[in-house]
Design a protein around this ligand. Structure first.
Ligand code: URC
Length: 326
């Protein structure tokens, strides 16, 4: 016969749980995933839009919903979804981070039995349509185009015991490629190596990065997100004519993170992942009759190989605020 014990409820003090003493719930929570919400501001003829996908998660003080089937503390996931629409209607959608902070504050203030809130938000990359070039470009009043250069997201979490939320912002799917100014040489040369030194290769990666803020007061989250993206692109590409030399993915990744910490004082830590999307040389020497030995100097064909890919990552912290939550 299984041994059982009474477990006191942390929040209510009620000692009415009946669970096998060899088990305990160590992690739990519930919420609504992918709540799609669009906010439109109509400023006369000029309209502006924001579209988010929001995920909410609550951790309640008690586990009586799990242990006893007692639903009396549950703020239904359907109500959590409604809250997203009602707060969007009341406050509008500005940055994902600000909306995440607003939701955390709402759930903790409204429900005293909610111990922790986690909000995940992805922003849809709508840009206003523009016609013409440079100073003659006319921006459209109410038409937008999807420009998924990178996906923007944030994770905002707050425990009841914390006075401010933890805000982590991020980007994914930032796919970049350059056709020169990248090399990989002088790596371990032993009986396992087949790769020759590459003095001039294609460098392509799909950047994923997340960074944590040391403060959330008066932070311009839109500016910071665009600045991080710019730092990554700038470090990867260099100036427009000559570019910048990369001796390895590792070095480029580190330099991009360093540039972010140098430019954005509110960022305490940044994490980055760069898969190495290989573009291999195709062995045309196997087709001597077709290629006729003529060396094509200006045109070359490469073999794109997505899988397997190298995977390079690192987290760079300010020494003054080492606190890894990424
Ligand atoms: O920049 C690189 N770093 C590596 O660690 C590595 N390994 C590899 O096969 N190619 C590359 N390229």
């Amino acid at each position: 016969m299984m041994s059982r014990k009474l477990v006191a409820d942390e929040a209510t003090g009620a000692a009415d749980r009946d669970i096998p003493e060899e088990f305990r719930i160590s992690n739990y929570g519930y919420g609504k995933d992918s709540v799609k919400v669009m906010h439109v501001v109509r400023n006369g003829l000029v309209h502006s839009i924001k579209e988010f996908e929001v995920g909410t998660k609550l951790k309640l003080a008690s586990q009586k919903d799990y242990l006893q089937g007692d639903n009396s503390d549950i703020v239904a996931t359907d109500s959590q979804k409604n809250t997203v629409y009602l707060l969007a209607r009341k406050h509008g959608l500005k940055s994902p981070e600000e909306f995440g902070i607003l939701l955390c504050n709402h759930f903790l203030t409204k429900y005293s039995h909610v111990n922790e809130v986690s909000i995940h938000i992805e922003e849809y990359p709508w840009s206003r349509m523009g016609f013409g070039k440079g100073p003659y470009q006319a921006l459209h009043n109410h038409a937008f185009v999807f420009t998924p250069t990178a996906t923007r997201y944030c994770d905002v979490t707050q425990k009841r015991s914390e006075s401010t939320p933890t805000v982590i912002s991020g980007l994914t799917d930032l796919r970049v490629l350059k056709t020169t100014q990248s090399a990989f040489v002088n790596f371990v040369n032993d009986e396992y190596r087949s790769l020759p030194d590459q003095h001039d290769r294609i460098f392509s990666t799909v950047v994923r990065s997340s960074w944590q803020y040391s403060t959330v007061a008066n932070v311009d989250f839109d500016f910071c997100w665009n600045k991080v993206k710019h730092c990554i692109l700038d470090t990867f590409a260099g100036e427009t004519e000559k570019g910048v030399f990369s001796p390895s993915v590792q070095n480029t990744l580190y330099l991009a993170e360093k540039l972010v910490l140098e430019h954005i004082p509110e960022v305490s830590s940044i994490d980055m992942t760069m898969p190495n999307k290989h573009y291999f040389n195709f062995d045309f020497s196997k087709f001597p009759k077709l290629i006729n030995g003529d060396e094509m100097k200006e045109e070359t064909v490469f073999l794109p190989v997505d899988k397997p890919s190298g995977i390079i990552y690192a987290q760079l912290d300010r020494k003054s605020t080492i606190k890894s939550k990424l």
